[in-house]
Write a protein that binds this ligand. Sequence first.
Ligand SMILES: [Zn+2]
Ligand SMILES: [Zn+2]
Ligand SMILES: [Zn+2]
Length: 130
Amino acid sequence: MTQKRATWQKTAVFDALNQEPVFVSAQELHQKLIGAEKKLGLTTVYRALTELVEAGQADALAGEDGEMRYRICSDEHHHHLICRECGTAEEFDLDGFEAEVSQLAAKFGFSKVSHSIELFGICKKCGMSA
Ligand SMILES: [Zn+2]
Ligand SMILES: [Zn+2]
Ligand SMILES: [Zn+2]
């Protein structure tokens, strides 16, 4: 039986994620929820995160270690510049690039084209403490 539960668990996961300024993994978020006396299983956290991403409420990206990390970002289309040390992320857009992508897609007769560009590096703060 697959029952859709838009429950307090999902709300708790959303609220916890909303408080994170940086990209966090499901495990990290799970630890925070446990610390905040929210009794959620890791599987539930994963499921809630997946649903938030599917609903467009959260962004997900795979880090260089292959682990998925999540954040609630702005609604606008954007790309990420992520610190591989602490998960800090800057949002940016590439105006010229977006236009070129549309032209390229049109040229080859493609529609509904999507793209994602993530840049990884070391943020200023982590660079200084190294
Ligand atoms: Zn984002
Ligand atoms: Zn950093
Ligand atoms: Zn773009």
